[in-house]
Design a protein around this ligand. Structure first.
Ligand SMILES: [Zn+2]
Length: 319
């Protein structure tokens, strides 16, 4: 008798606990990379948690999903990502979730007209062919051979605003009971983005005409938006070593003092930048295209843009 009662209690508690666990893992917006998650967090704040697939320190160009990632995607309220030309690791998993839970930003009619062309990288394609490793690796790089547009969309304040509008609409559809909070969040995001945009414009205005090189081709949208003067990048894919011809060209410009800074990234501090800059007047800075050190919260996206702006300004304005 006692035994039976105990068994029933156990079954009940397993049910309750199991139910609790499954709601804890289910209710979330899952974003591909951190800055996309920053935008999602601004809208989802106080409504549903936001989780990021790409771990800190990993490259958006070379990631492979773990089984736990696939589980998170399948149980997500909403998946937010750029598109197959950016996150080559996502299309397969994204195809397995219902269309109304799959938000592919590059595919939106509000964002398509804002896309800018990517650069041609003949030399790097060539290099890559020589270094082709496992099949998996090759697949991850594939988008660079066909990509027409630069897909680092989170670098554009305007695209970020359109992304927020789209995430807001999706969440409203999925959680109509949270309308007030979602509306307030979008309003707050748009207002703080507009004011950060102004202050960043003011911070960068004095360094607009100063030339520089960035490590990888991630910054076009930000640079165009604020009228900066990039002279080029070392590589399109940070996992691929820049070609000799490109290095020679960058070295020549540095010697001729056409650039004041070369920017590395927190994940990538290759000796190649040191080597190219050696013996020239050029300063070395760091740009973080993924906001690695910023945690995911309501105001993270604005913080991310401000950090980027500060990183440009501190190197370009000089000592
Ligand atoms: Zn990139």
């Amino acid at each position: 008798m006692l035994h039976k009662k105990h068994a029933r209690f156990c079954a009940l508690s397993a049910l309750v606990f199991g139910g609790f666990l499954s709601t804890a893992t289910q209710a979330a917006v899952v974003a591909s990379v951190k800055p996309v998650g920053f935008i999602a967090a601004a809208i989802a704040d106080g409504v549903t948690p936001v989780e990021i697939l790409l771990p800190d320190g990993a490259s958006e160009h070379d990631y492979a999903l773990r089984p736990s990632d696939i589980k998170r995607i399948k149980s997500a309220d909403l998946l937010v990502w750029v598109g197959p030309e950016m996150e080559a690791f996502l299309p397969k998993a994204a195809a397995q979730i219902p269309a109304n839970k799959n938000l592919e930003l590059a595919d939106l009619n509000t964002i398509k007209p804002l896309l800018v062309k990517g650069s041609e990288e003949e030399e790097e394609h060539h290099e890559h062919a020589h270094h082709a490793g496992s099949d998996n690796h090759d697949e991850a790089h594939d988008h660079h051979h066909h990509g027409e547009y630069n897909m680092h969309l989170w670098m554009s304040p305007e695209i970020a605003r359109q992304s927020a509008v789209a995430i807001h609409a999706k969440l409203l559809e999925l959680m109509p009971q949270s309308r007030d909070k979602l509306d307030a969040n979008l309003q707050h995001f748009e207002a703080s983005l507009a004011s950060a945009d102004k202050s960043i414009g003011a911070q960068l205005a004095p360094v607009k005409d100063k030339g520089y090189f960035v490590f990888h081709d991630a910054y076009s949208y930000f640079e165009k938006h604020y009228g900066l003067s990039p002279r080029g990048h070392f590589t399109v894919n940070p996992e691929i070593q820049p070609g000799a011809q490109r290095l020679h060209q960058i070295r020549t410009e540095l010697v001729e003092q056409k650039a004041e800074c070369v920017f590395a990234e927190p994940q990538f501090r290759p000796a190649v930048i040191e080597a190219v800059a050696r013996g020239t007047q050029v300063r070395q800075g760091t740009l973080d295209p993924l906001g690695t050190n910023i945690s995911v919260a309501r105001d993270s996206y604005v913080q991310f843009l401000q950090q980027l702006s500060g990183q440009y300004a501190s190197c370009l304005k000089g000592a």
